[in-house]
Design a protein. Structure first.
Length: 219
């Protein structure tokens, strides 16, 4: 999750490593039990350190949750940005972005963490602000992909920011169902539904988007 700066002092390096251990443990425990049912002592035990150490780095469970989802998203964003730039075809670039971001299946830990974030965001304005910032960053990547496709004539997107919000909502809605194990909706079904929706919204009227969009990795 956390990348340790090679130039950091030994003390700073130990701090970063301890924070990473705590965040890994917190992410696992919150995904398994839900934030309300996780005690700081549970996280400390999973991380192999004292409760005092955990509270020193993270005074509240909400802070642990937000740092955990933030670290997870930071890693995902870095991986996504590297991966999609290698894909030149606009449709397959969009598919790569969505396939890396959408739920991997029932009980996907990253998506279960997001469930907790959304719940906390409805109660805490501070959490809501962090959640919105994370959403904006992801939608920003999607906007860039849409503009890239439009520049090549593959997509018709008069308002990229609005379309990004729509497509993001599709991914979120389908991923929630997949994470919850909705009957008759597996990951492959979810991706197929997204592709169908994207074609209906983005493809120029006089063209047909590739029917095998995403079926092959094409660089």
């Amino acid at each position: 999750m956390t990348s340790v700066d090679p130039a950091a002092t030994p003390r700073r390096t130990r701090t970063l490593l301890r924070e990473e251990l705590i965040l890994d443990a917190a992410a696992q425990m919150i995904a398994e039990r839900g934030l309300a049912h996780v005690r700081v002592s549970d996280v400390a035990e999973r991380a192999g350190m004292s409760t005092g150490h955990v509270t020193y780095y993270f005074p509240s469970k909400s802070e642990m949750l937000m740092r955990a989802i933030g670290a997870s998203e930071e890693q995902l964003v870095a991986e996504v940005e590297r991966a999609i730039l290698r894909v030149k075809d606009p449709w397959r670039r969009l598919d790569r972005l969505v396939s890396m971001s959408a739920s991997s299946g029932p009980a996907d830990q990253g998506w279960v963490l997001w469930f907790q974030v959304w719940h906390e965001a409805s109660l805490d304005p501070g959490v809501a602000a962090v959640q919105e910032a994370l959403d904006l960053r992801w939608r920003g990547i999607l906007v860039d992909v849409l503009r890239y496709g439009a520049s090549l004539g593959a997509f018709v997107v008069p308002h990229p920011e609005t379309m990004a919000r729509v497509l993001s909502a599709v991914v979120d809605g389908l991923s929630i169902q997949v994470t919850l194990g909705a009957e008759g909706l597996r990951r492959n079904d979810m991706l197929a539904l997204f592709r169908k929706t994207a074609r209906s919204l983005l493809a120029p009227a006089d063209s047909i988007a590739p029917s095998d969009m995403g079926a092959r990795q094409c660089n």
